[in-house]
Design a binder for this molecule. Structure first.
Ligand code: ADP
Length: 267
């Protein structure tokens, strides 16, 4: 049995390969000792680790685990998912929207870190709590999908008020920039606020990703990370915004397990 683990800032992603069958599971990073206890009961497993908490997890388990650098592991995992889905891309940007967001350029067999932003899954969780008091991630995502961003975000067309716009009118001019215009005759529900949180995170991630795509002269952008899990609105914002800016977005099923699968493949 082979086990690949990406122990991240928020979630521990686990890939298990047993008799050619690949299965996935995840656990909050706060439960790292439970993951260690589970590994201790599987002393013969070949274990490969990656992620920010890999060294700490190694200190808790009996196996002498293989360890790889997170960026290399994620790249290797993405390659194997793309192959599995018959998606052949000679070059692309990938954006890993985890607790924070890391952006990389891939050219054939090499990956290069192209940048990052603090806007990501941690910002979704923190800002959602500050604005609404909600901490449960699935409640955040389902309520965001029911919210209305138009009252909160200022679009280019709102500023031009029917005049011809020099850039697409549906582009956001100012995230949260419509609040003071609408504060006297509209109410902002928790759902609306959560929708605007997905807006600012999704648009920030996309903007940085497509700038990297332009810099490295590729049109493909692959998005992964647990922030997209059950998060229809974040996916939609990122997908629409990438297309609107003239690039091609890809979402990989189980992509958040790229690091876990990758470190196992590199072992
Ligand atoms: P990391 O490796 O940094 O832990 P992930 O790719 O696992 O990154 O993404 C973490 C983000 O995923 C969280 O910040 C949150 O936005 C989102 N998320 C998805 N599902 C959950 C969950 N069940 N619990 C907490 N966060 C979740």
């Amino acid at each position: 049995m082979k086990i690949g683990i990406d122990a991240g800032g928020t979630l521990i992603k686990i890939a298990v390969e047993d008799q050619g069958q690949l299965t996935f599971k995840k656990q909050p990073s706060t439960e790292i000792t439970e993951v260690a206890a589970w590994l201790a009961a599987l002393p013969d497993a070949d274990v490969a680790l990656t992620g920010g908490k890999a060294t700490y997890l190694q200190s808790l388990i009996p196996q002498q685990a293989f360890q790889s650098i997170e960026f290399d592991a994620t790249f290797r995992g993405i390659q194997s998912f793309l192959e599995q889905h018959d998606i052949a891309l000679a070059d692309y940007i990938f954006a890993n929207v985890g607790t924070g967001t890391s952006i990389h350029f891939v050219d054939g067999e090499n990956q290069l870190r192209a940048g990052g932003t603090g806007a990501g899954g941690g910002m979704i969780q923190g800002l959602s709590y500050l604005l609404t008091g909600i901490t449960d991630f699935s409640e955040v995502t389902s309520r965001a999908a029911a919210g209305d961003r138009e009252k909160i975000d200022l679009k280019v067309k709102h500023i031009y008020k029917g005049d011809k716009t020099p850039i697409p009118g549906d582009l956001t001019a100012a995230n949260f920039g419509n609040v003071l215009h609408n504060m006297h005759d509209m109410t902002f529900t928790a759902d609306d606020k959560l929708a605007a949180v997905m807006g600012v995170v999704g648009e920030t991630v996309t903007t940085i990703s497509i700038h990297a795509a332009r810099e490295f002269k590729t049109e493909h952008v692959v998005y992964i990370g647990s922030s997209f899990l059950g998060n229809a609105l974040l996916r939609e914002v990122v997908m629409d915004y990438t297309v609107l800016r003239g690039f091609k977005p890809y979402f990989i099923e189980n992509g958040e397990f790229s690091g876990a699968v990758g470190t196992m493949r590199l072992m």
